[in-house]
Design a protein around this ligand. Structure first.
Ligand code: ASP
Length: 166
């Protein structure tokens, strides 16, 4: 009997999905690397993966956030993990929390260093988010640095490069 969860993983971009371009020295998007990350993790989840956009979250507009909201509302899954840039992670989490409340369990996460680069926090954060979405009561959350925060109760500490309660 299949005992795994039924989870949607929605990619929005952010540093987690960027790669280093050796030709111009920039971090940029070429494709999503989350499928590679998941394969490496040897996960056994019943997961549907969808790329909504590959954007630096500083470039995300209200239309983009609306698109994320609609993807969450239209998803057949009750459990949703969203990968997203860390700079406006709290903004999107708050928007989703205000619109969706506790209709679903939604966990947003990202990474401070790309999955493609050494010493990345991508796998740690996505693994924690996937576990949290299966075990937390409905609501909107951020998982970063091994911690689970409710939307509206978290901020990015830009001096330390970590997420903390506010
Ligand atoms: N500027 C990036 C973003 O918010 C930073 C990050 O993801 O850590 O998309």
């Amino acid at each position: 009997m299949k005992s795994s969860a039924n989870i949607a993983l929605l990619a929005c971009g952010g540093t987690i999905d960027k790669d280093y371009n050796v030709l111009n020295g920039e971090l940029e998007f070429t494709q999503t690397y989350l499928t590679e990350l998941l394969k490496q993790a040897r996960h056994q989840l019943d997961l549907r993966f969808e790329t909504l956009m590959l954007k630096d979250s500083l470039d995300m507009t209200q239309n983009d956030r609306q698109q994320v909201l609609e993807a969450c509302l239209n998803a057949p899954e009750q459990q949703i993990v969203i990968t997203h840039g860390t700079d406006t992670l709290t903004q999107t989490a708050e928007f989703l929390a205000d619109q969706i409340g506790a209709q679903k369990t939604i966990v947003l996460t990202g990474a401070m260093r790309p999955f493609r680069l050494a010493e990345s926090d991508a796998s740690f954060n996505l693994g924690a988010a996937l576990m949290a979405v299966q075990t937390t009561r409905p609501g909107v959350y951020i998982v970063m640095n091994g911690r689970l925060f409710e939307a509206h109760q978290v901020q990015k500490n830009r001096q330390l490069g970590v997420f903390e309660a506010r």
